[in-house]
Write a protein of this length. Structure first.
Length: 159
């Protein structure tokens, strides 16, 4: 159901997907069921990966590893809407093994055509701060806080 809803939302949002904060928030709420700060974190990672890897939507393969002790892999839904990687098409996976110690999440992103890869890691300290931003803020404020914060993740090429 979620994948079908996502496909319909992409059609409604135009060929390039969301462009404004309001559009990202609407997509995040519809795909995830709410818009906490982990959704824009995933959007930010997905957009960053697309830019660094010079990838169009659907050109990335994503594996997300959640940290032990984190409540759920919400970040993956933000990555999904930013990259259009899809569990139904096998281009987005939630790995069974956890992220390395000291990290709330790890994302491996590979350009499907070029093979170029990036590793994103979300340090526990950044994750804790991002979760605090959910308190007493609107979805628009959450989006702005996450998108304008100094990098809440580490990124490195995978050789």
């Amino acid at each position: 159901m979620r994948i079908c809803l996502f496909a319909g939302l992409l059609l409604l949002s135009g060929s390039l997907g969301a462009q404004t904060p309001e559009e990202w928030i609407r997509l995040g709420e519809q795909v995830h069921g709410g818009f906490g700060t982990l959704i824009p974190l995933g959007i930010r990672i997905g957009l960053d990966a697309r830019e660094r890897l010079k990838a169009e939507p659907r050109e990335l393969d994503v594996t997300y590893r959640d940290g032990s002790g984190t409540p759920c892999p919400c970040v993956a839904d933000g990555i999904l809407i930013a990259t259009r990687a899809s569990p139904g098409q096998g281009s987005l996976r939630i790995a069974a093994e956890p992220a390395p110690a000291g990290f709330a999440g790890e994302v491996l992103v590979r350009h499907r055509r070029t093979g170029e890869q990036l590793r994103y890691r979300i340090p526990l300290a950044a994750y804790g701060q991002i979760l605090q931003w959910n308190k007493g803020t609107t979805p628009a404020e959450r989006y702005k806080l996450v998108m304008e914060a100094p990098s809440p993740f580490e990124v490195e090429p995978v050789r």
